[in-house]
Design a protein around this ligand. Sequence first.
Ligand code: 13P
Ligand code: SF4
Length: 360
Amino acid sequence: MTEEQIYEKLKNRLGKIMPDFELREKAKIAAEIEVLKKERNAVILGHNYMEPALFNSVPDFTGDSLELSRKAADADADVIVFCGVKFMAETAKILSPDKTVLLPAKVAGCSLASSITAEDVRQLKKQFPGVPVVTYINTYADVKAECDMCCTSGNAKAVVESLDSEAVIFLPDEYLAKNVALETNKRIIFPTHEPHDAQPSDVLDYQMIGWHGKCEVHDQFRVEDIENARRQFPGVKVLAHPECPPEICQACDFTGSTSAMITYVQDQPTGTKFLLMTECSMADNIAAENPDKEMVSVCSVRCPHMNEITLEETRDALKYNQQIIELDEDVRVKAKKSVDRMLEIGPSGTFSNAYGDGKS
Ligand code: 13P
Ligand code: SF4
């Protein structure tokens, strides 16, 4: 696409939320990226939380963590530029070791990924010998390497249900674990770090063992936010990511991965209003693609880590070959087993909200 074509596309989609001079500037950078992309035979993957100008211009594929993992595995390119946070770029490297994987940000961490270390997992395995370990994809490669299987928000329930085991260790998101436990009718416990504090008994009175990691974005939403929105905007549909606390998921109309929420919005009738209990750039991106739907903007929380990735950083990543994701080969091979086992599971098992009545 030429700079003018990109500008027209951005204007059409984002003209209501971004001033014209900014759209022109962003189109210029996006056009530079298009040239670099061809020169380097690169593919750009963009997570649904990317800022609107980036999300709506350069990515060859957009999606949630699961969809982007699959795209990374199939990518027919020399270079993968991962417009998402570091653990996502690491997953691309785990699956495509021969490709150059670039993260267009200096750090782009994640409060969930930094909540647990490989040593923590080794300790848990000592406490609960023989219990399979599932890790949410929001973890670093060395943690994945210690686990049996990965999951994402799009398949967490299906992954847990696929295991033929009395109990499962589910790391590191406390709320996702609680939401999966509710969905699968399992009792969950949260042991502390100290081995003597855990009481694994011969008779299991639990089926899930969780960890106290939290997403710093989804932890900020409150049930009162939903109540206020329902009072102000009768008929509003409330959607939540399963990284939200269970009481939020129970009070909303639909719980699902970022892409599942996008599909839910697309399927609702024209004129429907939505409140999204998730990262706020996604609401802008959904609004841009669904001009016939309304987004209520009373809860607006931006992920500071996702916010590090911009069009400027993406251009520089391709131009200066930075920041290259490197992984220890032994760690990568072990982590790949966990990711591969997950990819063998279909994308089914999204949250049904069977436990939520949609009323707070
Ligand atoms: P999804 O897999 O649903 O895209 O979520 C990733 C994430 O980091 C949510 O905070
Ligand atoms: Fe991590 Fe939360 Fe940001 Fe997602 S939104 S990347 S879980 S901190």
